[in-house]
Design a protein around this ligand. Structure first.
Ligand SMILES: Nc1ncnc2c1ncn2[C@@H]1O[C@H](COP(=O)(O)OP(=O)(O)OP(=O)(O)O)[C@@H](O)[C@H]1O
Ligand SMILES: [Mg+2]
Length: 355
């Protein structure tokens, strides 16, 4: 299922952009910015096809983590189109950067770093790097676009606008890039949250189809992106004390900047406690959590769904489509902030500070 596909209905102003690109020295970087459903990915498809057809080597960085074309979701991906495509989802990915959530408001740093990292990887191999972005263009979304522009320094940023609604974002971006404004097509169609969820579900399902469960040794592969596992492990006595005071079942705990424990409630009334001194994570929040397998260069080899954690033995059971080679190259298992099932059902987002 694809939201944006190649279209023959191309608004006239798109051809002006192609001329500007053709005349500009190469290599060049181009970022696409616009609100939700403004037609960014449709424009990307048109640009990629036109540029590839004109004989240029093109790289695509898909950073629309919420509605990505290139699998898997919740990452930023780099691809090198070798010919015309009818949808971005047809592109074979070359590399990924892990974000770990489809809602990146708390991950603006990772978003900017990931785009920069993949664009750097593409440079030298492409005449033009085109970056697709999320439709998140208000609040923190503005900072996210600015950080991307600051780091990446795109030669051009194409802003899709209806009537002046992108004016302040354009001003904010203008020190870092040359802004070109294009009209939103009359055919650009809004998608309801339900439609967007169904599109994501199909992508998750596709990515995890054929996945198998692997046993990950967390003494070898470092768990990152979480406060869990960091600090000195709590001993049996400390755990029993917490269990008796709070009526929890404590699976594991560490003492670092503060105490952090993984627990399950046993039905007793919760007691009040100082949450800045003791951070308690429900064991349930870790089940079906999205994780990323990260290699030595900081790139994401692929995703997994956390099925079970054995704290005592420091082992994790993870459902993943990755094979032995990718897994053996992975040095980190990074915790994401979305819980999802292999059938595509999203169980919920977590806040960054929850883990
Ligand atoms: N020029 C066009 N001609 C026909 N349909 C279009 C055109 N531009 C956009 N659309 C349609 O509008 C919808 C939204 O477009 P698209 O997915 O490209 O937007 P987007 O800005 O990438 O959205 P998102 O914020 O989800 O990434 C799609 O269904 C797409 O097919
Ligand atoms: Mg899009």
């Amino acid at each position: 299922m694809n939201k944006a596909t190649y279209t023959v209905d191309v608004p006239g102003d798109r051809f002006g952009v192609l001329e500007i690109i053709a005349e500009h020295e190469k290599p060049l970087k181009l970022m696409l910015v616009g609100g939700v459903d403004s037609g960014k990915t449709t424009l990307l498809t048109f640009l990629v096809n036109s540029l590839v057809e004109s004989g240029l080597d093109v790289a695509v960085v898909d950073s629309d983590v919420g509605q990505k074309g290139i699998l898997p979701p919740a990452t930023i991906s780099l691809a090198f189109p070798s010919g015309k495509v009818s949808a971005v989802s047809e592109l074979e990915p070359f590399a990924h950067y892990f974000i770990g959530t489809t809602s990146p408001a708390q991950y603006v740093g990772e978003m900017a770093v990931g785009v920069k990292k993949l664009a750097d990887l593409a440079s030298g191999q492409a005449d033009i790097v085109v970056v697709d972005t999320t439709g998140f263009v208000t609040g923190v979304g503005i900072d996210m676009k600015r950080l991307k522009a600051e780091l990446l320094r795109p030669d051009f940023t194409i802003v899709l606008e209806r009537s002046g609604e992108m004016e302040s974002l354009k001003r904010i971006l203008s020190p870092y890039t040359r802004v070109l404004t294009l009209s939103v097509s009359d055919r650009a169609r809004p998608h309801s949250p339900e439609e967007r969820r169904l599109i994501r579900a199909a992508k998750w399902r596709e990515y995890f189809s054929g996945a198998g469960t692997v046993d990950v040794d967390l003494k070898e592969v470092v768990p990152t992106g979480t406060e869990l596992f960091h600090g000195s492990p709590l001993g049996v006595e400390a755990k029993e004390l917490l269990e008796s005071v709070f009526g929890w079942m404590v699976f594991a705990g560490w003492r670092g900047r503060h105490y952090i424990v993984v627990k399950a409630d046993s039905g007793k009334l919760p007691r009040h406690f100082n949450r800045s001194a003791l951070h308690a994570v429900d064991f349930e929040k870790l089940s079906n959590l999205l994780v990323g397998f990260i290699d030595e260069s900081g790139l994401c080899r692929g995703l997994g769904i956390l099925k079970w954690l054995n704290f005592h033995e420091m082992r994790a059971q993870v459902l993943t489509p990755l094979g032995d080679e990718d897994l053996s190259e992975s040095v980190e298992m990074r915790f994401g902030r979305i819980r999802v099932l292999e059938n595509g059902e999203e169980l919920g987002l977590l806040r960054r500070e929850e883990l």
